[in-house]
Design a protein around this ligand. Structure first.
Ligand code: UT7
Length: 320
């Protein structure tokens, strides 16, 4: 059912060394605590829509898919250029004139949730071809004087095309949320007085605020449990899995989850050293890299899992 995958990253790279000139941090701290060395950041001109279109166009070109044959576009993003959603603008820009288009806002779980949503539309016979894009530009929404967050994030986009085939690629899936933990990772809007006499207020968005330790604990406790449940539903064992593709948040989180599941470290997909945490883009970005290098092969069994703000986490057990 997966027909193609591709990705796009901004040209500008920002190293740990560069960051140590902006906030009080060091290459050593960032590397040891997160595994990140570099991240890419967008410039003023080429924002989220630009990156998303680049990833989508590359994916379509790979399999020579005519944009007019796309039935639906789902954009997973929490940082659209337009608060009303950016999927419509992308539909126009890539020339997918027949496609319905909408955004899904679910932070770092957005791509997995969008993939599950796309699969429902294909399985119930409504659509044949769905383009799913995961894209985020969190560099535009972090507080560059908060060393606990600004060192983590990077910008990127990834895109996949799903097409109806006889065989369903998705073996099992789950989406779970604990709204009680929402406060641990937020990008809030706040009131701005426009006219006090008439009680008129606007909202304006602030920056990413995160309790890193709580997010860490949440990921390492919830993910292994949800993955194990999905393996049971799919009637397969962890030993049958070829690749564990987790949202690329922190090397220590990937290792801890891998250890809990008892999966070999050689099966854990990892590219966050070069890109940092790219939120909804991290899974398709890593998927593209491993497929392009020929490491992920047709028929491989993959656990794909996103987690983050909400708190929301989502797991897919699938065949490539
Ligand atoms: O997509 C999901 C989104 N988020 C995540 O997945 C994040 C999950 N959490 C994490 O990855 C980790 O919690 C962090 C990497 C954010 C932080 O690592 P940590 O080992 O949990 O560090 P910490 O917050 O407990 O801070 C330890 C120390 C503190 O100093 P004191 O209080 O011990 O003196 C911090 O002030 O490290 C300090 N610190 C830094 N030092 C140098 C925090 N950030 C930095 C920094 N450079 N960038």
């Amino acid at each position: 059912m997966f027909s193609t995958v591709s990705s796009a990253i901004p040209e500008k790279s920002l190293s740990n060394e560069d960051l140590s000139k902006i906030v009080e941090t060091s290459d050593e701290w960032i590397k040891t605590r997160t595994g990140i060395s570099n991240r890419r950041i967008t410039n003023e001109k080429n924002g989220l829509v630009y990156l998303a279109c680049e990833a989508a166009n590359k994916a379509l070109k790979k399999q020579e898919i005519d944009p007019n044959t796309i039935d639906l576009i789902i954009l997973a993003s929490s940082t659209p250029d337009d608060l009303f959603g950016s999927a419509g603008e992308i539909q126009y820009k890539i020339g997918a004139t027949n496609a319905a288009a909408f955004d899904i806002t679910a932070a770092c779980s957005g791509f997995a949730i969008s993939l599950i949503t796309a699969t429902q539309f294909i399985n119930n016979g409504i659509y044949n071809t769905v383009l799913v894009i995961g894209a985020d530009v969190l560099s535009k929404w972090v507080n560059w004087s908060d060393r606990a967050t600004c060192i983590l994030f990077g910008d990127a986009a990834g895109a996949v095309v799903l097409q109806k085939t006889q065989k369903n690629f998705l073996l099992s899936s789950t989406i779970q949320t604990d709204g009680n933990q929402n406060k641990q990772l937020v990008l809030k809007s706040r009131s701005k007085v426009v006219n006090e006499q008439f009680g008129i207020y606007n909202r304006e968005y602030q920056y990413v605020e995160m309790n890193g330790r709580e997010v860490y604990k949440f990921a390492v406790s919830k993910l292994p449990q949800a993955i194990t449940e999905c393996l049971v539903k799919a009637k397969i064992n962890i030993d049958d899995i070829d690749w564990l593709l987790l949202h690329q948040a922190n090397q220590r989180i990937l290792t801890a989850i891998g250890d809990k599941l008892g999966i070999s470290s050689s099966k854990i997909i990892n590219n966050l050293e070069n890109y940092g945490n790219t939120s909804a883009a991290s899974i398709p970005l890593a998927l593209d890299e491993y497929v392009s290098k020929g490491q992920i092969k047709k028929g491989n069994k993959i656990i794909l899992a996103g987690f983050g703000a909400g708190f929301t986490w989502s797991v897919i057990v699938m065949t490539w």
